[in-house]
Design a protein around this ligand. Structure first.
Ligand code: C5P
Length: 251
């Protein structure tokens, strides 16, 4: 597989580490199901994301076990709280040895800076990313919560907060990736959920793109859950995605 894109910035030290652009979302409510997929995965082929569902079920011990098995973990707990609480939570996440964590940009600049400063003490700090707008949010949701402006305007404003707070990147829809790449340059990571290979169901995701479209639009990492985890043949889907991306990424 050609993994050239994430070579450009792979970690805080901006070292060139060869990593896959694929992050598999382990959204399971049963640890044994998660482990059964993990047993089939090679940490070189993907990172894995543990979110609120599995973390609430299996906790930090499970994270440590995955780290010990050589997986790069994106701990997707989307912290959003007062700055002090978020900073403390980031510190504890860093001590688990995870590769990436995230916070909500909606928490504001003081909270974002507190998160970043909390990680400054670690030589091997996790990448710190922010959620701009959830990919399940559409214009109806924006109206419901009282945010004026378009999805793009709100997403850009929130991403700008993360950029100005010197976070490592943003979680964004692949549809926003071209604008964000243009606005924030090459060194700001774009991590994209809402990815759906052709022929798979969108589910609750509203702003979806295929893996190929998202990579073409400038995403560095693709977060893919149900298309792989709910597939009859998860490894077959992973392989198909690798091939799809491979046809698009140029050396
Ligand atoms: O199953 P699916 O591919 O939709 O999973 C997407 C994953 O990415 C889920 O774990 C979800 O929590 C996460 N996510 C998201 N949108 C964001 C941030 C994270 O869908 N903005």
């Amino acid at each position: 597989m050609n993994l050239s894109k994430p070579l450009i910035m792979a970690n805080k030290l901006k070292m060139t580490t060869r990593v896959s652009p694929i992050i598999i979302a382990l959204d399971y409510s049963d640890t044994s199901q998660a482990l059964s997929l993990i047993d089939q995965l090679d940490p070189i082929r993907c990172q894995v994301k543990v979110g609120k569902e599995l973390f609430t079920l299996a906790g930090p011990q499970f994270i440590r076990a995955l780290v010990n098995r050589g997986f790069k973990i994106f701990l997707d707990l989307k912290f959003h709280d007062i700055p002090n609480t978020v900073a403390r939570a980031c510190t504890i996440a860093a001590e688990l040895g995870v590769w990436m964590i995230n916070v909500h940009a909606l928490g504001g600049k003081t909270m974002l800076i507190a998160a970043r400063e909390a990680l400054a003490q670690y030589s091997q700090a996790p990448l710190l990313t922010a959620v701009s707008l959830l990919t399940s949010v559409d214009s109806t949701t924006l109206k419901q919560i009282g945010l004026s402006g378009t999805i793009e305007e709100n997403g850009l404003r929130l991403a700008q907060l993360a950029y100005e707070s010197e976070l490592d990147g943003i979680i964004c829809s692949g549809l926003e990736a071209p604008l964000f790449r243009q606005s924030f340059g090459r060194n700001f990571l774009l991590v994209t959920p809402g990815v759906r290979p052709v022929g798979t169901q969108s589910g609750d995701q509203k702003r979806v793109l295929t893996p190929k479209q998202a990579m073409t639009n400038g995403s560095d990492y693709l977060v893919i859950g149900r298309p792989i985890t709910q597939a009859k043949n998860p490894m077959g889907v992973l392989e198909a995605i690798e091939l799809e991306i491979n046809t698009e990424i140029k050396l």
